[in-house]
Design a protein around this ligand. Structure first.
Ligand SMILES: C[S@@+](CC[C@H](N)C(=O)[O-])C[C@H]1O[C@@H](n2cnc3c(N)ncnc32)[C@H](O)[C@@H]1O
Length: 349
């Protein structure tokens, strides 16, 4: 039977349309979580929403606000946030950047946004468990590619690992810049094409060496554990293919972009163009690898094994790690910082 109760709406001052409290639609656990009326009617992007199971898995695997806190503290050295800032956080997930903002920006008030009501709920409950002031965080379930915010409502904005998941990241950045007050700053942490190209070359080097070693003339006397497992070769090939699909952000959406979870690797030009388009006063871009350059490529392969498949270092033989170390020895610290794998982007309005 259809529920005859009337759905109540609220109208927070930073939204440009009324919002529904999702507690009314999804149950009491979701009380306090708002969603713009037109977002609730829209079906776009609904196929990409993390359901409860995926949200719990994401939180378990990826919740680690310390890393984001370090990145945020470094970003804050590049501009002066006002005291007790109003912060817009886009694609907040289960709260890595939110916890970092609460710990770093004294007296801040945050609007946290995400497509997934489940992740936002997990965030709220987790902040309370961690003793962080969750009452300072307003949750909005929405698509950050849509312009739901009243212009000039926020002192600062942050997006951690969100833009590369969006079909139209340019639109999201433009929305964020409109939502900022003059002098406000937007900070994003995102992957870049430059460093991934080098990783691709390294993967190819390992694959070529594996092929040589598989050749009969190399097999003699070689212990079995020195062979590169097929599953590892396939994983390295898959990553290379993935990096290829996500490159050339300037060419725009391709017919496969919607199918990818991680959709893009960025370039400086991409953000410099948006800075011009939005009249941003300043664009600052730098690598996130400061202080970790010595074994950067070796560490990245290990991290990809761990995050991608849950594998340890022992999945790959010593000669293959030596290939990575050779790259690390050959490429200077300066070049590694210039050719970043992940970076920080700051746009000042
Ligand atoms: C890699 S997670 C990052 C989460 C969080 N910022 C962090 O650092 O852990 C990407 C998040 O973006 C959200 N997301 C994807 N597309 C979105 C969209 N169009 N609008 C709002 N959020 C979106 C996903 O639900 C997910 O929580």
């Amino acid at each position: 039977m259809e529920d005859a109760r009337e759905i109540q709406t609220l109208f927070p001052e930073y939204l440009n349309e009324p919002a529904i409290d999702l507690g009314q639609l999804l149950g009491s656990r979701f009380r306090g979580l708002l969603s713009p009326v037109t977002h609730q009617r829209s079906t776009i992007g609904q196929d990409q929403v993390y359901d409860l199971e995926k949200s719990i898995k994401y939180h378990k695997r990826h919740y680690n606000p310390q890393g984001i806190r370090r990145l945020l503290e470094r970003a804050l050295q590049h501009f002066n946030p006002v005291a007790c800032p109003k912060v817009l956080d886009i694609g907040s997930g289960s709260g890595n950047s939110i916890a970092a903002e609460l710990q770093t920006l004294g007296g801040c008030e945050i609007v946290a946004t995400d497509l997934s009501p489940h992740l936002l709920c997990i965030m709220k409950e987790n902040l309370a468990t961690e003793g962080l002031p969750e009452e300072k965080v307003n949750l909005i379930c929405m698509d950050v590619q849509e312009p739901y915010f009243v212009p000039a409502s926020f002192d600062m904005a942050c997006g951690s690992a969100i833009l590369h998941h969006l079909v139209d990241p340019r639109r999201a950045v433009v929305n964020v810049m409109n939502a900022l007050k003059p002098e406000g700053a937007a900070v994003f942490f995102e992957p870049f094409e430059y460093g991934c190209v080098i990783l691709k070359l390294l993967h190819n080097q390992i694959l070529r060496e594996a092929a040589l070693r598989a050749d009969a003339s190399f097999q003699e006397g070689e212990p079995l554990e020195a062979r590169l497992d097929d599953k590892v070769m396939n994983f390295l090939r898959d990553i290379n293919h993935d990096y290829l699909l996500r490159s050339n952000v300037a060419d725009g959406v391709k017919n496969f972009t919607h199918e990818l979870d991680d959709k893009w690797l960025f370039t400086r030009e991409f953000f410099e163009d948006i800075a011009k388009e939005t009249g941003a006063k300043k664009v600052i871009l730098y690598s996130n690898h400061e202080g970790m350059t010595e074994t950067l490529f070796e560490d990245y392969i290990a991290q990809n094994f761990h995050l991608g498949r849950g594998w340890g270092r022992d999945v790959m033989p010593e000669w293959a790690w030596e290939c990575a170390r050779e790259f690390d020895r050959t490429i200077s610290k300066e070049v590694k910082l210039e050719f970043m794998i992940e970076g920080t982007i700051i746009l000042v309005k």
